[in-house]
Design a binder for this molecule. Structure first.
Ligand code: S3P
Length: 174
């Protein structure tokens, strides 16, 4: 498909490579790279785990929504936007992602995602007893939503970040 506008939004579960792939993709296109989590942290002054711990998830979701809304003003500039894994679960965010540009879902199975976030304590929703089960359960709910939001879906299992970038660019004819 032709890219829709000048923004590429990467969506997908934690560990799907949105940030690492996004940076490389932005470099290849000469676009700016932004990451919703990083922008939230820069603005709030606290880490994501601290925001979750001190304020709770609903407060974080409001920050995330307000930030996404503010980014729409930048939709005409070239940008790759890596989004937090839960962004699609707020229904208000779905039309905003579409308005920004092309939505790309970096899909991977639960076990591959689990291996990629191994040892990472920076994700509050994954600080649970049975992490793999939690990830499987969340993916069952979120997977169809990512798919519904996406203009294109890239199956990243077995792909390096560079190969994933090639796949995105190939699908968009860029
Ligand atoms: C979340 C994903 C995280 C971060 C927060 C919540 C989620 O971002 O926004 O911890 O609900 O999936 P990454 O997907 O970049 O890890």
């Amino acid at each position: 498909m032709e890219p829709k506008g000048r923004v590429i939004c990467l969506v997908g579960y934690m560990g799907s490579g949105k940030s690492s792939v996004g940076k490389k993709l932005a470099d290849r296109l000469g676009y700016a790279f932004e990451d919703t989590d990083e922008l939230i942290v820069a603005k709030d002054g606290r880490s994501i785990p601290d925001i979750f711990r001190q304020e709770g998830e609903p407060f974080f979701r409001e920050l995330e929504h307000a930030l996404l809304k503010s980014l729409v003003t930048r939709k005409d500039s070239g940008m790759v936007l890596a989004t937090g894994g839960g962004i699609v679960m707020d229904v208000r965010n779905r039309p905003l992602l579409k308005e920004l540009g092309t939505v790309v879902y970096l899909r991977a199975d639960a076990k591959a995602l689990y291996d990629r976030v191994r040892g990472d304590e920076g994700r509050p929703l994954l600080n649970v007893e049975d992490r793999l089960k939690t990830m499987r359960d969340m993916l069952t709910v979120r997977g169809p939503v990512y798919e519904e939001c996406a203009d294109i879906i890239i199956d990243t299992d077995g792909l390096t970040p560079d190969e994933t970038v090639d796949a995105v660019l190939g699908r968009l004819g860029m």
